[in-house]
Design a protein around this ligand. Structure first.
Ligand code: ADP
Ligand code: MG
Length: 274
């Protein structure tokens, strides 16, 4: 596979199915991006990588026209979500780049036009059209790469829990199955996941997701940052709603003679907060 690794996914792309089953796809994509000095993967590119390792996402289809948008939306079934796909736009909703709950062909066409108009001064790769996920318990999974400790995994409840309560936990990668179970149990909001007033999440699926992310990053040390935010958890299964990955050439690992304190790891993700 060469040269065409960043092809846009459009509605009927059989070659694409072959592409994601190719194990070297992620390697090729990273080499390509590093060669082009692009560091941040777009959401659909991240989700392509995730889907290729069996992680469930809200979808990776890219529309290149209004007509395309309607076709893809009808295929998925309304309501859908539409988002700008641009290498220049990292925080999509801050800039008006996310249209939720698009209900019909007319709204889909209008949303396409609005997104293209809003971002007319940016490089636009297309418009991502995806399934509108059912509400679930929101969690976040993050990875950052520290020169001393290597890759560090963060897990926590999303929304207000992470922003205000900082209810998150960390492990140096790779993690074991026991680590994944401990991470889920040790956050203060853990009971929300394991069963509280009828809310509960599929713990087995969540553990598997954490392990898959650990494995992905261990196999691809060029990942300097990874952010699944949010992931919706359900009583059965989960879905990754948004994903971001940054890549960089792998630095020489520095040695350290002490194990990190929790505060040290926290600082890696929230440099200004402590
Ligand atoms: P941003 O780049 O701003 O983080 P997101 O893709 O996370 O953009 O979208 C912002 C918010 O919109 C998400 O936190 C989530 O609440 C909601 N959202 C995004 N995509 C979907 C989807 N496919 N289904 C349901 N809700 C979604
Ligand atoms: Mg997000």
């Amino acid at each position: 596979m060469n040269g065409n690794v960043v092809v846009m996914k459009s509605s009927n792309c059989d070659a694409y199915e072959e592409m994601i089953s190719d194990k070297s796809y992620t390697d090729d994509l990273f080499i390509h991006l590093l060669g082009k000095h692009r560091r941040c993967l777009m959401e659909h590119e991240c989700k392509e990588i995730l889907e290729s390792i069996g992680v469930k996402t809200t979808g990776i289809q890219i529309a290149l026209s209004e007509e395309d948008t309607v076709k893809i939306s009808e295929n998925i079934g309304y309501p859908v979500v539409m988002k700008i796909a641009s290498p220049d736009v990292v925080h999509k909703s801050d800039l008006g780049g996310v249209k939720l709950n698009v209900q019909n062909d007319q709204e889909a066409g209008k949303a396409y036009r609005e997104l293209v108009e809003t971002f007319k001064n940016k490089e636009i790769a297309g418009v991502s059209v995806q399934k509108m996920a059912d509400p679930g318990i929101e969690v976040i999974i993050g990875v950052t790469r520290d020169p001393n400790y290597g890759h560090v995994l963060m897990f926590g409840l999303g929304g207000v829990f992470v922003e205000i309560l900082k209810d998150v936990t960390f492990r140096i990668l790779p993690i074991t199955e026991d680590d994944a179970a401990d991470m889920i149990e040790e956050i203060k909001g853990g009971p929300l996941l394991t069963g509280y007033r009828g809310h509960s999440a599929d713990i087995a699926a969540l553990k598997e997701l954490l392990l898959k992310i650990s494995e992905l990053v261990v196999q691809h040390p060029e990942i300097s940052e990874l952010d699944l935010n949010p992931v919706f958890l359900y009583p059965r299964g989960y879905v990754v709603v948004d994903a971001r990955i940054f890549v960089d050439s792998v630095p020489q690992k520095q040695t350290t003679d002490h194990l990190p304190m929790k505060e040290d790891l926290h600082k890696l993700f929230y440099p200004d907060s402590i």
